[in-house]
Design a protein around this ligand. Structure first.
Ligand code: AVJ
Length: 323
């Protein structure tokens, strides 16, 4: 992998500032991107193996079956960009049929997690000669850097998989797709993997598994604040909660304080008071309907080429053309 260029945008100062702001809100909140430090990234990989969390397996199945159709007609040179791809394993499925078809295929990985970039570049080692560049950055900054200085004949295919778009609320998702479209050109392609609405019990089980891996993933955020900001959160004093908010069509993850307590976070220069039962909202995972995905993307200037659905896990992969 080429060396990571530019500044790391999720440095300690940024974390401290975001923590101070988020824990000062009436509904305390932390951005989900902070779940992915080295330990959090590995816990997320473990989540993907859980029987109750079907997103990864369902998407892998769809990509295995339809990777050829997803990339059909792309002309060399092509840059395949993956946003928040984690292990790179699903990207490999997309790349496989492209390698014999394209003389010039490059890959750009954009992820806030250094661990994820490491895992992915190792996974892509299976394609000798493939040029892989890693960008440790947020989606927007990474995209800007990837598309900057792009040559005239280069086609881009952007993969935004694993229902990562589900972390964004609907208006942020719309803005995100609009921003994505604005840095792309007509004829570029977008592949979106999105989890669909399904029965509440199934959704809650996927985010509150009986083994407790998701609870550990969520609580690790407190561990991260302890490690990086010198905070004194105690794991036993917080409980992992996953709730389906049907009105908003999202699963919410919270960390609920089990008692009245005050936590100090020296690195963020603050002390935070909790009443019993008060929570920190750490993540939203929005769930869509198949038509909703197409409408959202259409509004941003993406035309649906094809859509494949796993009817059992209720997960959709949709390919779009920038138009
Ligand atoms: C990586 C954001 C798609 O929301 O399903 C998994 C993260 N959180 N279990 C998701 C997650 C709890 C995941 N995304």
């Amino acid at each position: 992998m080429e060396p990571i260029s530019g500044t790391v945008l999720t440095g300690r100062d940024r974390l401290a500032e975001d923590v101070r702001w988020g824990l000062g809100q009436t509904q305390k909140q932390l951005q989900p991107r902070y779940l992915y430090d080295a330990l959090g990234s590995q816990l997320f990989e473990a989540i993907c193996e859980l029987p109750e969390y079907r997103i990864t397996r369902a998407e892998r199945g769809l990509l295995t079956a339809h990777a050829g159709a997803i990339g059909v007609g792309l002309a060399s040179p092509v840059t395949l960009v993956e946003l928040g791809g984690g292990s790179g394993e699903k990207l490999a499925l997309l790349i496989e049929p492209l390698v014999p078809m394209l003389a010039d295929l490059r890959v750009a990985l954009v992820d806030v997690s250094a661990t994820a970039l490491d895992l992915a570049s190792r996974t892509l080692g299976q394609f000798p000669g493939l040029r892989v560049a890693g960008y440790q950055a947020t989606y927007e900054d990474g995209l800007r850097r990837v598309t900057h200085g792009r040559s005239g004949d280069e086609t881009m295919m952007v993969a935004f998989l694993g229902s990562n778009i589900g972390n964004l609320d609907m208006s942020a998702a719309r803005a995100f797709l609009g921003n994505l479209r604005s840095v792309l050109r007509a004829g570029d392609r977008l592949v979106l993997g999105v989890d669909l609405v399904k029965p509440a019990a199934e959704l809650v089980r996927a985010y509150d598994d009986p083994l407790g891996v998701t609870a550990a993933f969520n609580k690790n955020l407190l561990g991260r604040l302890n490690r990086e900001l010198g905070a004194d959160f105690e794991f036993d004093q917080f409980a992992h909660r996953a709730v389906w908010n049907a009105t908003a069509s999202r699963v919410e993850m919270h960390l609920e304080s089990l008692c009245a307590q005050t936590v100090s976070i020296p690195g963020a220069d603050c002390r935070v008071r909790f009443v019993e039962g008060e929570s920190i909202w750490t993540e939203s995972s929005y769930k869509y309907e198949t038509e909703g995905i197409a409408e959202l993307a259409a509004a941003a200037g993406f035309a649906r080429r094809d859509q494949w659905v796993d009817p059992d896990a209720r997960f959709a992969v949709t390919a779009f053309d920038a138009c």
